[in-house]
Structures are given as structure tokens and as C-alpha cells.
Design a protein around this ligand. Structure first.
Ligand SMILES: [Zn+2]
Length: 120
């Protein structure tokens, strides 16, 4: 069942930030199956990331917005497949997580994160 992590779950996840993703446990079901996906959006000035952190086992998730600064993802399988319709997939979290799980199994996630060079 797809459901959002509540405040307490998010705090439990926050306490695991020092661990590699593969070693973090889901605060809801206890499985070590955390997955992450970043989608870049281009606002008026800086690019920002929509981040999804979810459990591949119970499909609990949280989403957030962050400023990636000079970090960038080298690929976005969701955008590559859905293009202009990417926003529609975000509107349906159950569908989104199923699609992202498929990318994870296919090795397209997690994304490679690189650093943008200075001077641009
Ligand atoms: Zn879980």
C-alpha cells in the first residue's frame, strides 16, 4: 500500500542519513529496502530537485524539494520515458513508485550524481 511517511517516520529516516542508502531501514516495515529518485525542475533561477525516498518493500514514501547546488543527476529514466507526461506520473504516487521500482530492478536507478563545473 502506498502511503506517506509521517513526521515520526521522517525523523527516524533522518537519523539514518549518515548511513549508505542500502543500509537504511524502513521505519514502517523494518526492511532494508530504501530507494531514492531525484527529478530536476527548472525554476526561475536555480534548478531544484524533487526527491522521492521510498521503501521498495511496503511502498511508504516521502517527497521533498531541495536545492542541489552544483550536484546534478546524469540521467532521468522517468523523464526519458514519459517526457511531457512526467507530471501526470507524479500525480499518482502508486503508479510512480511502481514505475520507479521497475527502473531500480533494471539498474537505471539509483542515478549517478556528478558535480557541475564552476564558471557557468
Ligand atoms: Zn517499508
Amino acid at each position: 500500500m502506498t502511503r506517506r511517511y509521517d513526521q515520526q517516520h521522517r525523523e527516524a529516516l533522518g537519523a539514518q542519513l549518515h548511513l549508505p542508502l542500502a543500509e537504511r531501514t524502513c521505519p514502517l516495515c523494518g526492511h532494508m529496502a530504501m530507494r531514492v529518485y531525484h527529478h530536476t525542475t527548472y525554476g526561475r533561477s536555480e534548478p531544484s530537485w524533487i526527491n522521492y525516498l521510498w521503501c521498495g518493500d511496503c511502498h511508504a514514501y516521502s517527497s521533498s524539494f531541495t536545492c542541489p547546488g552544483r550536484k546534478m543527476v546524469e540521467s532521468d529514466p522517468l523523464l526519458a520515458e514519459f517526457g511531457d507526461r512526467t507530471g501526470e506520473v507524479f500525480d499518482e504516487p502508486g503508479r510512480l513508485l511502481k514505475v520507479l521500482d521497475g527502473y531500480w530492478k533494471a539498474g537505471k536507478l539509483p542515478q549517478v550524481i556528478s558535480r557541475r563545473r564552476r564558471g557557468r
